[in-house]
Each structure stands twice: as C-alpha cells, then as structure tokens.
Design a protein around this ligand. Structure first.
Ligand code: FES
Length: 113
C-alpha cells in the first residue's frame, strides 16, 4: 500500500473506523461478525467516540471484510490496522489508545496476512 502523496487532499476524517456488520445465515461455515455481536459493538463505539470528543473520527458499519473467522473485525484507516473487538472493554481500549492517543493495542490486533 502506497504512502499518501503531497498532491492528495487532506484527510476528511482523522480516523475512519470500519466495523464489519455482515450477517450470514446460521450454520454458515465462515460465520459472520454480526453473529459475534458486531452490530451492538459498532453502536457502542459510535456513542463512545462522541463521549470521548473524537469529532474527526467516523465509526462506520461495513459489509464483509473477508477475515470472517477472526472477527468481529474492525479496520482503522488511514493506518490500515486491524483488530478483533469482542466486547465493550476492548472497544474502549481501541478507541482510547489507538484512535485518541495514537498508540496501538497489540493484544487485540489481527495477525499479518
Ligand atoms: S463477516 Fe465480518 S469479516 Fe466477513
């Protein structure tokens, strides 16, 4: 993945968080992030981001990010860092440490492809 070019326009959001909210039928061999609670986590993260004053952050629902077996999957741009977030404590850790403080949460990161 290339670096941003000097001719690129400025970022519209400082941080763009995509939470997979893809749903598959029960029993599907790959499962789905919704079946693991991602919709509620996305709603929680949206509220929590506002509470934290992260006004230049967008928390969006996405369709399948194709790492289903590792979910609930979240990817944050422009860094392109992936996380597995399975509860509100983990959601807080990612919002506070990664998005707000610019750090990383290694214990929750997905492995490199
Ligand atoms: S269902 Fe979430 S990554 Fe595929």
């Amino acid at each position: 993945m290339g670096d941003r070019q000097t001719s690129d326009p400025p970022l519209y959001y400082d941080s763009h968080v995509f939470v997979c909210c893809n749903r598959r039928p029960d029993g599907h061999p790959r499962g789905s992030c919704v079946a693991k609670g991602s919709e509620k986590l996305r709603a929680y993260m949206k509220v929590r981001a506002k509470e934290l004053g992260l006004l230049a952050t967008r928390i969006n629902a996405s369709l399948c990010l194709d790492r289903c077996e590792l979910g609930p999957c979240v990817v944050i741009y422009p860094e392109g860092v992936w996380y597995r977030i399975s509860n509100t404590v983990e959601a807080d850790a990612v919002l506070e440490r990664h998005v707000r403080d610019g750090e990383r949460v290694p214990d929750l990161m997905l492995p490199a492809p």
